[in-house]
Each structure stands twice: as C-alpha cells, then as structure tokens.
Design a binder for this molecule. Structure first.
Ligand SMILES: *Cc1c(COP(=O)(O)O)cnc(C)c1O
Length: 401
C-alpha cells in the first residue's frame, strides 16, 4: 500500500490537505479512499504476527487497534488541526471520555466552562464524579474565575468557544498561558469552528476534541469523534481506545473523509449565510436582540475576529412575547428542521431553555443568558432568501398574537 503523504503536502493549503492528506492506495490502484471493512488482518508469517503484536513492526492487527480507513481520517484531521497525531472515536462524547480516562485519575480536579454541551456536563457531573474526579464549572470568559477555582489537583481545563448558543468567546492564548501556570492540560471542543475557522493547537491548547457528527460530516449521516494533539498526549488515549473499544468504524471514517473534502467551502457558506441572517434578524420588528459573534456589537466580536477566520454557523436571538412568542415563532416556521442537532447543511431551529439547556436550573440558565424567549438557529446552506421567508412566518406568528 502506498500513501500520498509526501512532503509537498505539509506546505500545502488547508483545502488541499482536506482532500489529499492521509490517502493510502492498495495495489489495486483505486482513486477514491477504500473502506477497509475487515475486523482483523492477516500476517505473512508467525514471525510477522509476533512483530506486529509486539509493536516492533507497525501494521494492522485488529480494527479496534488500527484500521487503514480510520487512519486516513486521523491523519487528515491531524493535518488540518496542525496536530502531531489524532485518534478517532465512535462519537464526540467518547472523544471527551477518552481524554478524561487517559489523563485523569481519582483525586484529580477538572475546570470546565459553564456553557459546554449538555452531555459533557453529564459526563463530568455523573460519570467522572463516581470515579473520584472532582469538577468545578466556571464562567467561560472570566479568566480570574478560572484561576480562583484552580487547586493543586487541577489537571484538565476544558471549554468550548464560541459557546452554544450565545457565541461567548474565550481567549485561547490567555487560557493556554493559564493552563501552563497550573501544569494542567488545556482541551478545546472545536466542534463549532472546525479547523477551518479556528486552530486551537496553534494558539497553545494541548488537545482539541471534535464531535465529527456535526460539521466534519456536515450532512447528518453518521456519528463520530476525534482527539488531536501532540503524540505524547494522544498515545495514552489510543491505549484507552484499544483496550476499552470506543473506536470509529471504517464506514463512518470514510463518510467523514468525504465530509472533510468539502469542509472549507461548506464552513465559508455556513458563515456567510449566518452573517447575513443575523444582520437581517437584527433589523426585524419582533426580534429583541441577536447574539452572533460576527455582529460588531457582540461582546466577543473583536476576540473572534483575532482568533477565528470566520464567525461560524450558529446564532441565537430573543423575540417578543416571552416563551409563548418563541414557541409560536418556532411552530410557524416550515422549512427549518425542529431538532437540537447542528452542523448540518439543513438549517435547524430549537428553543434552548426547554431542550438543550433544560437540565440547567433557572439560575444557571440566567447566568448563561438562556432566557425563555431565546431561539437558536444553526444556519444551513439553503438559499438565504428562503431562510428569511421561513423566519418571516415565525415573526408573523408573533405579531398577530
Ligand atoms: C454534539 C456535540 C458533542 C457530542 O458529540 P456526539 O457526536 O453527539 O457524541 C460534543 N460537543 C459539542 C459542542 C457538540 O455539539
């Protein structure tokens, strides 16, 4: 099998690497990436088996250890994130779990921003606490609060930026300095930006996690996740994956490879649709305010401009009429999908307070800015004019009430 990972790739652009990094060709000479649907691999001899089992000779043994299609996805994503190494996982949650299982032990302490993905809060609160790992949640953008909450046992700092759905922005370079002072690992969930818009490792983060289910696939087909970083931090995660099994399937890796090929052009299109829709919504009667870091009035706008190469596809806004108004708006839209998912070519609409953020207490929601009249749209790639027409249906439902 020959690979396409020649040295010219390293200096090539992101679009090129998204299409060509990590390719392996079998002697059949296929142009597209093959899907290796094989649970195990055969050896040339008993000596070859012994060498590959011991790790003295690299090579495939069993697909829970390595699989060539999954390796291609890992190498391609590592290249896009400017990471030395990557490991693919069955889902975004298993990526975060694998980071914790590989790098934490009983007695350790984790700092995590308030407004992370709901299941991430559950993982820290319900699962890791059972194994003696302590967790403190802190406001995303308040560096002094992160410092004040740290203890000598703090081993991991975990955050998402931009936050869901308010688009609060953390200063990644400042967080990297802080994590180094603490001697802790800084892990960033880069799901919202993808490496097209933000490369946290270049800003000093130690690890990047992904829910590949979202923009990396981008078309709502399969679940997947990944962790990217330097080899010394990825190797323990690979070891966890090998013995505990939350690996990515070859088929899902192949779907993700097809997703990566168009990631750059899709992300740019998500950004321009979201920017235009945010600006338009801000002008509409019935909309109280719009939260999108691409708007100059947003508190995270300047930082996002410095740290990201685009503002992303997710926006939130408050409407007149409280919770009833938000429900009427959502119920009267016809095109946007009413689902909590995001990162899809299909636009999705959701009422965060009663769905994605319903597990928070009223006061936690208030702290995160999740009011009852807030609506989130994860802007897809439909025509902007049709998104506006759909929002006009929602706005009419509010104005006639
Ligand atoms: C969806 C999501 C996850 C979890 O990913 P799954 O693939 O659903 O397990 C983690 N973080 C963020 C920001 C997400 O949106």
């Amino acid at each position: 099998m020959t690979g396409d990972n020649e040295e010219w790739l390293e200096s090539s652009g992101l679009r090129t690497r998204a299409i060509r990094a990590g390719i392996r060709r079998s002697p059949e000479g296929e142009h597209g990436e093959p899907i290796f649907t094989s649970s195990s691999f055969v050896f040339d001899s008993a000596e070859d088996a012994a060498a590959k089992f011991s790790g003295d000779v690299p090579g495939n043994v069993y697909s829970r250890y390595t699989n060539p299609t999954v390796r291609t996805f890992e190498e391609r994503l590592a290249s896009l994130e400017h990471g030395e190494s990557a490991v693919a996982t069955a889902s975004g949650m298993s990526a975060i779990l694998a980071v914790c299982m590989a790098h934490l032990k009983a007695g350790d302490h984790v700092l995590c921003s308030h407004d992370v993905f709901g299941a991430t809060i559950g993982l820290f609160e319900n699962t890791l606490r059972k194994f003696g790992v302590d967790i403190t949640f802190v406001p995303l953008t308040d560096i002094d609060a992160w410092r004040a909450a740290s203890t000598p046992a703090t081993k991991l700092l975990f955050l998402e930026t931009p936050s869901n759905p308010m688009n609060a922005i953390a200063d990644l370079s400042a967080m990297a300095i802080l994590s180094r002072e603490m001697g802790a690992i800084l892990a960033i969930d880069n799901c919202f930006c993808t490496p097209v818009l933000q490369q946290p490792l270049l800003l000093g983060a130690d690890l990047v996690t992904h829910s590949a289910t979202k923009y990396l696939d981008g078309q709502g087909r399969v679940l997947g996740g990944a962790v990217v970083g330097r080899k010394s931090l990825i190797e323990p995660i690979v070891a966890f994956n090998r013995s505990c099994g939350p690996t990515m399937s070859a088929f899902n890796a192949w779907v993700m490879l097809k997703g990566l090929e168009t990631l750059d052009i899709r992300m740019r299109a998500h950004c321009s649709n979201a920017q235009a829709l945010a600006e338009w919504l801000a002008e509409q009667p019935g909309v109280r305010s719009v939260h999108y870091c691409g708007l100059p009035g947003h508190s995270g706008h300047d930082l996002a401009t410095r740290q990201q190469s685009g503002y992303g596809g997710v926006l939130a806004f408050e409407v007149e009429g409280g919770r009833a108004g938000a429900f009427r708006f959502i119920n009267d839209t016809r095109m946007m999908s009413l689902t909590a998912n995001l990162g899809d070519v299909k636009s999705t609409i959701v009422h965060p307070a009663s769905t994605t953020h319903s597990r928070l207490t009223q006061s936690q929601r208030a702290l995160a800015g999740i009011s009852d009249d807030l609506i989130r749209i994860a802007v897809g790639l439909e025509d902007l004019s049709d998104l506006q027409v759909d929002c006009e249906r929602g706005l009419r439902a509010i104005s006639v009430a």
